[in-house]
Design a binder for this molecule. Structure first.
Ligand code: UDP
Ligand code: MG
Length: 334
């Protein structure tokens, strides 16, 4: 690497690590091994997500001898999604590749992901076709994949695979939290990003333990729900509130009709009051929901929610010329 006139970074490899002290050095060696075939400048960003073991000590030691290595340390454990987002913010590359730091993903797949990006895709998602995890982890993941696939417009086999390549501009502005890293392709595709999937290698965990238990199923389910709300209504919240208001409006009409009948046909006073109160209550619900919808519209129109403000990203992601991308091809032999 020429330090006096450094090439701009083309690729940033972002890896979140939480208590992976035994894997970190092997991971780095694997990445450097693959990096030898790159004809462009790259960086490796290790994000220590508040590890309590020697992960950060190992990273600091490795940093002394590895120019490509940059690192971030969180004060506490914020979660894999936050670690990835911090890595995106820090990344200087045009392309960002993410992967797990526990050696379950294989760095040798990176050139293939880059090859797909150079074909003109904005996001290339790995598919652990031959997944080496316990069946109790694979089964819920299959169910989650099926739900995400049927409720978002991006059809993938394996949303949870961390091994992915992104054009940086497609993910840098995503607002993500919870376990939302598996929805990056769906969120980015809302801005016009072209997404594809490729099978990648997968290994069983050799060191340390998985950081997730059964509680992940609940987190993923709630994120699927939140994600669908974002996809459907973030650019047009009034629509969501109008949909919620419709049943109350029908009830208002129903009770309003009964109130009229009660007055015209002179039903008992008790009945008339009950129907009147019901009409007022359901009518108020309609008014409140519509008012919330209007507030939502105002919030969206003044906020910088990336998925509702598309033009900048859309310009960059959609109008990429396939030929330009091929001309940029920099991976030897890819
Ligand atoms: N990870 C993280 N923060 C967390 C949980 C996990 O940075 O709170 C990292 C972890 O160190 C690993 C990757 O995210 O590099 C995937 O985690 P894990 O292997 O536990 O997930 P699994 O493969 O079991 O789905
Ligand atoms: Mg793992």
């Amino acid at each position: 690497m020429n330090l006096t006139n450094p090439q701009p970074i083309y690729l940033s490899i972002v890896v979140p690590l939480y208590n992976e002290e035994e894997s970190v050095e092997k991971l780095l060696l694997g990445l450097l091994e693959v990096g030898r075939q790159f004809e462009f400048a790259y960086e490796i960003i290790l994000v220590d997500d508040g590890s309590t073991d020697r992960t950060w000590d190992n990273i600091e030691r490795l940093k002394k001898t590895t120019l490509q290595l940059r690192a971030i340390k969180f004060r506490r454990n914020y979660g894999q999604t936050s670690a990835m987002v911090a890595g995106f913010d820090y990344a200087k590359g045009e392309i960002i590749v993410t992967m797990d730091g526990d050696l379950q993903n294989d760095p040798s797949d990176i050139p293939m992901l880059l090859g797909k990006i150079e074909e003109g895709y904005d996001i290339v998602s790995g598919w652990r076709k031959d997944r080496k995890d316990h069946v109790l982890k694979v089964l819920p993941s299959r169910v989650a994949n099926a739900i995400i696939s049927s409720t978002t417009h991006v059809r993938l086999h394996d949303y949870g695979c961390s091994m992915k390549a992104y054009r940086a501009e497609c993910v840098k502005s995503l607002k993500a939290y919870g376990e939302m890293h598996r929805f990056f392709p769906a969120l980015a595709s809302m801005t016009g990003a072209r997404v594809t999937e490729v099978p990648v290698k997968h290994h069983s965990r050799k060191y340390g333990v998985s950081k997730y238990g059964f509680e992940r199923i609940l987190k993923v389910l709630s994120d699927i729900f939140a994600m669908n709300l974002i996809i459907r209504f973030s650019s047009n919240p009034l629509k969501g509130f109008v949909l919620c208001a419709v049943p109350f409006l029908l009830l208002t009409l129903f009770f309003g009709g009964l109130t009229l009948l009660a007055l015209i046909l002179q039903w008992t006073v008790g009945k008339a009051i009950f129907f009147m109160l019901s009409t007022a209550l359901t009518g108020m619900a309609v008014v409140h929901l519509l008012a919330l919808g209007v507030v939502g519209e105002l919030v969206v129109s003044t906020s910088d929610l990336s998925h509702t403000r598309m033009p900048e990203i859309t310009k960059k992601c959609i109008i990429t010329n396939g030929e330009e991308q091929v001309a940029k091809r920099k991976v030897r032999g890819a």
